[in-house]
Each structure stands twice: as C-alpha cells, then as structure tokens.
Design a protein around this ligand. Structure first.
Ligand code: NAP
Length: 240
C-alpha cells in the first residue's frame, strides 16, 4: 500500500506556469494545500483562481528565488497561512541558450543565481520544516540537460548538473530523517521555457505535456514511505 497525500502541505516554486502549475492542479485535485511562489503576480493570481474550485487552502507569494530575503518572507507567509511544508517542489528555473563565446557573463551567472542558488535559498528556508516533522518529500526538477549536456547550453546544463550533485548529497544526508529527495530529469516538455512564444505550436501527440510530469510527481509522492525514486528521466515516446 502506498500513502494518501490528501491534507498535506506542498510549497511549489514556479507554481504559476508550465510544470509547476500542472503540479499545483494535480496536487490540489488530491486534496493537497498549496503555497505557490513565482515572480509575476498576475500569473499567480490566475492560477490561484483556477485552483479555488478544488476546495484546498492556497497561498501565493511573489518572490524571486535568487533573492534570499524574498524567499524568507514567502516561506514565513506560507507557514502562517498554511502551516509547515510536508512537500517541497523545487521547480522554478530559467533557461537561456547560446554558444559559450556568445553568452554574456551576466546572463551566464544569472542562470546560476536562479537555478542553483535559488534552489539553495528555498531549501535553506523549507528543509527545517521537514526536519521538524521528521518526515517529508522534496522533488528537485533537474533536466535531461543535467545528465547529458547539449551544445549551446553551457550555463543551463551546468546549473542542472549542479542540481544533481546537490540533490544526491542532500538525499544521503536527510534520508536518515525520513525525508525523501527525488530528482526528476524531463526531456522536452511543452511549456513556455522550452517553446517560448511558439508554445501554441506544441503538438500534444508528440511532446510531453506538463500534466504528464505532474502525474508522475503525484505517483512518486504516493509511494509507501519506505521507498523513493532517487533519479528518474522522463522522455517522449516518439517526438519525430
Ligand atoms: N520545459 C522543458 O522542456 C523542461 C525540460 C526539462 C526540465 N525542465 C525544468 O522544469 C522546470 C519548470 O520549467 P517549465 O518548463 O515549466 O517552465 P515555465 O513554464 O517557464 O515555468 C517556470 C516557472 O518558474 C517561475 N520562475 C522563473 N524564474 C523565477 C525566479 N527567479 N523566482 C521565482 N520563480 C521563478 C516562473 O514564473 P515567473 O516568470 O513569473 O517568475 C514560472 O512559474 C524548470 O526547472 C526547468 O528547468 C523543463
């Protein structure tokens, strides 16, 4: 037997778009209360409205995860409104592509500040919640680019490789406290991050959809507490 997730509290970074938003919908359907972080207020508000139909508690907070003070405030607000987290989805990230020699140093560094340090800041604030409960789940969303780099993605791939290392080490540290760290590595998913303004051209028969990744997240969280999937890779069956 697995476990129920109804009544748990999940904080999701990047919960206003793509994979994070799909996760919010799937979790809310399961009765999970939600705290959502992103930078843009209008997308957060729109997501909150959509989720209200599920009857769970929803808190939203504008925060840039690369800014430790904003992360601290967001997590404090979620704790007050919802309670301490049982589940943390480290999902927010940015991407930018270009050959190493063409990419400005600021752009390269900013990808690291959001994807790596942003994840660090969120973990720093939320991990104590899980430790205090001596139980909990963390899903870190890396990428197929975090397992095998591709030309034009030195910054993004390096940031996602960093997430692998951070996740593996953290997993080994906290499993002793019944905290499960799952790392997911999707290949191309039809979201703004991957398709930009051409998202309307996504082909639902070919490309993985954010809902597919969200379904897999729910399945992982429902596993019996004695088991977790430390690494997984999600691939489209026939995107050709
Ligand atoms: N799509 C793919 O093909 C693919 C493949 C492998 C892995 N992934 C990973 O999946 C995760 C989700 O990506 P997605 O494809 O769903 O992208 P997306 O649709 O662009 O969503 C990204 C989310 O992160 C938020 N975000 C971005 N920067 C932020 C910051 N500094 N602080 C707080 N929130 C921030 C965005 O909201 P705001 O812009 O309003 O802040 C948005 O809610 C990422 O970790 C990505 O690397 C995606």
């Amino acid at each position: 037997m697995g476990q129920e997730i109804s009544g748990k509290i999940a904080y999701i970074t990047g919960g206003s778009s793509g994979i994070g938003k799909a996760a919010a919908h799937h979790f809310a359907k399961e009765g999970v209360h939600l705290g959502l972080i992103a930078r843009r207020k209008e997308n957060l508000e729109e997501t909150q409205q959509e989720l209200e139909t599920y009857g769970v508690n929803i808190a939203i907070c504008r925060a840039d995860i690369s800014k430790p003070d904003q992360v601290k405030t967001a997590v404090q607000q979620f704790e007050q409104k919802l309670g301490k987290a049982d589940i943390l989805i480290n999902n927010a990230a940015i991407s930018d592509y270009g050959n190493f020699q063409d990419m400005d140093e600021e752009v390269w560094k900013h990808i690291f500040e959001v994807n790596v340090f942003g994840t660090y800041h969120v973990l720093k604030e939320v991990l104590p919640h899980l430790v205090s409960k001596q139980k909990g789940d963390i899903i870190n969303v890396s990428s197929s680019n975090g397992l095998k780099a591709t030309a034009g993605s030195t910054a993004y791939s390096a940031s996602k490789f960093a997430i692998q290392g951070m996740s593996e080490a953290l997993m080994q540290e906290v499993r002793k406290e019944n905290i499960r760290v799952f790392t997911m590595n999707p290949s191309l998913v039809a979201t703004k991050l991957a398709f930009g303004d051409k998202l309307e051209e996504k082909n639902e028969d070919k490309f993985m959809q954010p809902e597919d990744i969200a379904e897999y997240m729910v399945a992982q969280l429902k596993l019996n507490q004695r088991i977790f999937i430390k690494q997984s890779a999600q691939w489209a069956t026939n995107p050709f």
